[in-house]
Design a protein around this ligand. Sequence first.
Ligand SMILES: [Zn+2]
Length: 257
Amino acid sequence: MTTPDPPARVVAAARALATGEGHLAILTGAGVSVAAGLATFRGPHGLWEGRDPTELATPEAFARDPEAVWRWYGARLAGCLAAEATRAHHDLAAIAGAVSATLVTQNVDGLHGVAAGGGGAANLVELHGSIRRARCSACPYATALAEPPVGVPQCPTCGGALRPDVVWFGEALAAADIARAEAAFASATLALVVGTSGTVWPAAGLAHLAEAFGAVLVLVDPEETHLDDLADWRLSTGADEGVRVVRDALFADAVGA
Ligand SMILES: [Zn+2]
């Protein structure tokens, strides 16, 4: 597949970033993790232990049957712990580490943290949480998970039930995470959106925010997205291929590639 060259304004924004001017805001969705081969946990009939998995991702399900919810998240955690970060994760980590950048993800698999060399890169915002962490349902305690817990883990501080540190259906995103993401996109000179259709709030909002404040927008996705009209440079490829093109065309000097 041929890819058009980046427009001059995109190249200029990237050059400025390489000299320490401006801010890069990156937003990623499920597309960056496709090549990691993580199972969707939806079998041929869309069920897990006879249930619709999406019905386990709710506060009500956890209140009703926390052991079943933890069995499901434990299985997903095992898959994530066995998965390797993709080329896109590694290239994005290299870019985000070379310039002033904030990486915002909708994914809960924790692979951006893995690619950055640790669980909690300072410039990483996991909008929907991470299944590699658990937090107390009653107090502020939170912890990393090195392996799937057995049964329902208990809070060492207050004895409450620990729950997966993810945002469930019907729950609000953490206000601090939204604030960090919005600040990053409002101050961005270049916004890079990878592997997200832009239909789920706040993804579309962040891209529009960046555009409203004058950022140039680079979009990588093999499918049509709701953000296509905003893009200054549009790469209709998978994440691994498209991010590599972005790295080589815009950030080769910055990352030393
Ligand atoms: Zn607690």
